[in-house]
Design a protein around this ligand. Structure first.
Ligand code: GTP
Length: 602
């Protein structure tokens, strides 16, 4: 197929605006699935694929469509479409020349619409603005067209309208994909080069890759080389994904195909596969390292599940190259892992997939963000090159005397809200140490507000609070805004004078008193009364910022069974002993396990 007949595109949208439903319609219209078949959301194959013993995440579908007597190959590349998955979106977007920007004609432009629009702009993609759900009685296409115009300068006459549910306007949309999106800017006469946008593992065939071919041709049996390690291999499997595999012998520049080099084959996201003649000097290694924004401790619900959870995490991490996994252990929670995520949604999806795909139940500690510090004498710090250190655990903070500067991660938050909540939203954001940027009119009833916010202030409950103060109407999304200078301290918790490592946190100086009070109060609620009096102190560099006391209490569960039945008494004492096993003991104080998981949550 010549490249002029290829279109590579993706659908991007705010959550629930109908991406999967539209993809189903496109698949029907191109004959991949039968109309009305019980196969809805074909691109969400996780369940299906699990039954076959492999896991596929972002699936592409190569569709044939005949328009004005010419047959086109339309590659629909599925993208998660949220900034949390930016590395996934970015790698799949590098294979696209255009996007369908889908907006619910009833709900209108939402925060995530703004984020995906700017992502498409940054990548110079052709944007096909499309209103969905126009069948809804409350749909208001004119209002949404006004919103698109005032926020993105999109001309109303370029906006298409569809109902993905009813199939209205979908044919016109496919034709717009052909007419408006340019063919891939590639050349088929030079050496073969492809870059890997996804990988998954197949029990029998080894690693399978989704590859976008930048130049040249590829054939079954051809010798190829991985750029990362120069390893030479032979192409064993080649297929179009429709989205079912359709084996092919040959593929050419501009196509998005599945490639596999057999059970010993390699392939990782971001790597490049080239023909053995390809001059190494011409390669610009384009993999940018992933930046993890949120870390959480992951532990098994009970010890017997530890191995199962470990295996599940390992397998999932292979499919989700964006997580980082390191072993972690805590006296309270036992052996576990410290896992880095791109954002909160990513964290959610990861734990959900652990449960759904691997039946592994995980307990997560409250998420925290990484901090960066610059040390005064770099030599003072062991194991680190240079003078900048990323801190993912408060206990890694060196002595404050050795720290020259602190940095914390910030985000640019976008909030779309009805105008009557502007005051409440502003208060919330200022309260979370946010600084406002100029706001924009969405339409006469809605406004788009933007703030620069510390990531640490939004990781725990920002979204829920925003929803509750705006009666559910505001939408929120954010993008990375890098590390910025800050004034931070490490706050420790002492129980009767003994440090409890797992409860140390890093806090901004302006939040010191507040955090100290909140932590000690919460601990007072969570730690049960015991034989000794317990002093809970929040301390920074030896200075106490808050203190609570739990009075002593003698708890004898058998007291009311005086005389009585001996076996019953023994049973009660045994139960009490087992309850204690789930506790972590610090300076003779028993702390329930869930304290460590819940105390940092708001
Ligand atoms: P995520 O995958 O969760 O991001 O959602 P999505 O954007 O893929 O949305 P999805 O296709 O799951 O649709 C969300 C809801 O909107 C579903 O209940 C659909 O049935 C409904 N929906 C999608 N398109 C239309 C439409 O054209 N009209 C109406 N009335 N409902 C629609």
């Amino acid at each position: 197929i010549e490249k002029e007949k290829i279109r590579n595109f993706s659908i991007v949208a705010h959550v629930d605006h109908g991406k999967s439903t539209l993809a189903d319609r496109l698949l029907e219209l191109t004959g991949v699935i039968k109309p009305g078949a019980e196969q809805s959301q074909v691109l969400d194959q996780l369940q299906v694929e699990r039954e076959r013993g492999i896991t596929v995440k972002a699936v592409t579908a190569s569709l044939n469509y005949t328009y004005e007597n010419e047959t086109y190959l339309l590659n629909l590349i599925d993208t998660p479409g949220h900034v949390d998955f930016s590395n996934e979106v970015v790698r799949s977007i590098t294979a696209c020349q255009g996007v369908i920007l889908l907006v619910d004609a009833n709900e209108g432009v939402q925060a995530q619409t703004v984020a995906v629009h700017s992502l498409a702009k940054r990548n110079n993609l052709t944007i096909i603005p499309t209103l969905n759900k126009v069948d809804l009685p409350r749909a208001n296409p004119d209002r949404v067209k006004t919103q698109l115009n005032s926020l993105f300068h999109i001309e109303p006459e370029t906006v298409l309208s569809v109902s993905a549910k009813k199939g209205w306007g979908v044919k016109e949309l496919l034709e717009a994909v052909i007419k408006r999106i340019p063919p891939p800017p590639v050349s088929s006469d030079s050496h073969f080069r492809a870059h890997i946008i996804d990988t998954w593992h197949d029990k029998y065939r080894g690693v399978l890759c989704l590859a976008y071919i930048h130049s040249g041709n590829i054939q079954i049996g051809q010798s190829v080389r991985w750029m990362s390690d120069s390893k030479q291999q032979t192409v064993k499997y080649l297929a179009l994904l429709r989205p079912k595999e359709e084996p092919i012998d040959e593929a050419t520049a501009g196509q998005v195909v599945m490639v596999g080099c057999g059970p010993k084959g390699g392939g990782s996201v971001g790597d490049q596969l080239v023909s053995i003649e390809f001059p190494t000097t011409e390669i610009n290694s384009s993999t940018t390292p992933v930046r993890h924004m949120v870390y959480a401790g992951v532990f098994s619900a009970d010890k017997s599940q530890h191995t199962l959870l470990g295996e599940a995490i390992k397998k999932l991490a292979l499919n989700d190259s964006a997580v980082s996994v390191k072993p972690d252990s805590s006296p309270a929670l036992g052996q576990g892992w410290r896992v880095g995520f791109l954002g909160l949604l990513h964290l959610d999806v990861f734990t959900q997939r652990l449960l759904q795909e691997y039946k592994a139940e995980a307990i997560l500690t409250a998420p925290s963000v990484p901090y960066k510090i610059k040390v005064k004498g770099a030599k003072l710090i062991k194991h680190y090159k240079g003078d900048e250190i990323i801190i993912t655990n408060p206990l890694q903070l060196p002595d404050p005397h050795n720290i020259a500067e602190y940095y914390e991660p910030f985000v640019k938050g976008t909030i779309i809200t009805p105008v009557e909540y502007i005051g409440a939203v502003t208060t919330l954001c200022i309260d979370r140490r946010g600084s406002p940027l100029p706001s924009s009119v969405v339409d006469e009833n809605n406004t788009m507000m933007q703030f620069i916010l510390p990531l640490s202030e939004i990781v725990v409950d920002f979204h829920d609070t925003l929803k509750s103060i705006t009666a559910g109407f505001a939408s929120f999304d954010y993008e990375d805004y890098g590390f910025h200078k800050s004034v931070l301290v490490r706050m420790d918790i002492l129980l009767n004078g003994t440090l409890v490592e797992e409860l140390s946190t890093i806090v901004h100086v302006s939040r010191l008193e507040y955090s100290a009070r909140r932590l000690t109060e919460k601990l007072k609620e969570m730690i049960p009364r015991q034989m000794v009096q317990i002093a809970i102190q929040a301390v920074v560099s030896g200075k106490v910022y808050s203190r609570e006391t739990i009075k002593a209490y003698r708890k004898d569960v058998t007291a009311k069974l005086y005389g009585g039945d001996v076996t019953r008494r023994k049973k009660l004492l045994k139960q009490q002993a087992e309850g204690k096993k789930k506790m972590r003991s610090v300076a003779n104080i028993k702390i329930p396990r869930n304290t460590f998981i819940d105390v940092l949550k708001r």
